[in-house]
Design a protein around this ligand. Structure first.
Ligand code: GLN
Length: 252
């Protein structure tokens, strides 16, 4: 009987470690029962600072996933282009950062099922005369956040003159208001927040790309990937995901 209890206990511990994703931590700093999320909290309404807290859609989705996995959630706020390396090295269990699924990123990490659709949009000054992407000519200077899909796509776009990279999307938007840029390419929801906070800017109707957001997970961690997908399916089915989104994004 005793043996059965201890076998059951060990099994439970193994399951909970797999659930929290830290069992495969290469540095041997297994954080039992903790789900470490890497993000870049400069991306409202998905993740941003509110006083000492990091709040937003991704923070709440991660908390709901961690709760279902029986883990405590720890959020690490790092540069956006450090998130995938943190997941690959095992410093973080998941990357949740309004991160777009791309074929290139799939070479480094696995992605969970998608939990949101998005697009890259173009922000310009109200009086710029720019009405469509075609107006961004060879002399144009476009601001992006370093390492984001906005950066990747604009850098590959021959019709854009120069791409200026910023650590935070908000810094790019400020540079636009100061007349240093012709446009900013950034995700649609942060764009709406930044435009509402900076008078004199508009978002062009025509979007640049359509994208899907998902959680990045280390490639050899199939147990965590399955658990996260199952938790996401539950959050979608029981209305939790919609309720979290509705709390941060008002219906139009
Ligand atoms: N969706 C964009 C990307 O994945 C931007 C994400 C972000 O800035 N947090 O590259």
């Amino acid at each position: 009987m005793k043996k059965l209890v201890s076998v059951t206990l060990v099994l439970c511990m193994m399951l909970s470690l797999a659930a929290c994703g830290s069992s495969s931590n290469v540095e041997g700093t297994a954080k039992k029962g903790v789900l470490v999320m890497a993000t870049n909290a400069e991306f409202p309404p998905y993740e941003y600072h509110e006083g000492d807290d990091i709040v937003g859609i991704d923070a709440e989705i991660a908390a709901a996933i961690a709760q279902r996995l029986g883990c405590e959630l720890k959020i690490e706020d790092i540069a956006f282009d450090s998130i995938i390396p943190a997941v690959v090295s095992g410093k973080a269990d998941i990357g949740l950062a309004g991160m777009t699924v791309t074929e290139d990123r799939k070479k480094s990490v696995d992605f969970s099922d998608s939990y949101a659709s998005s697009s890259q949009v173009v922000i310009v000054k109200e009086d710029s005369g720019i009405t469509g992407l075609g107006d961004l000519g060879a002399d144009s200077v476009v601001g992006v956040q370093t390492g984001t899909t906005g950066d990747i796509y604009c850098s590959d776009d021959d019709s854009i003159g120069t791409v200026e990279r910023y650590n935070k999307g908000m810094e790019a938007v400020q540079a636009l208001t100061q007349g240093k840029l012709d446009a900013v390419v950034i995700d649609s929801e942060p764009a709406k927040v930044f435009v509402s906070e900076n008078p004199g800017l508009v978002i062009l109707d025509e979007s640049y790309t359509d994208e899907q957001y998902a959680a990045a997970i280390r490639k050899d961690n199939a147990a965590l990937l399955n658990n996260v997908n199952q938790a996401l399916a539950e959050l979608k089915a029981d209305g939790t995901l919609d309720a979290i989104v509705a709390k941060y994004i008002s219906a139009e």
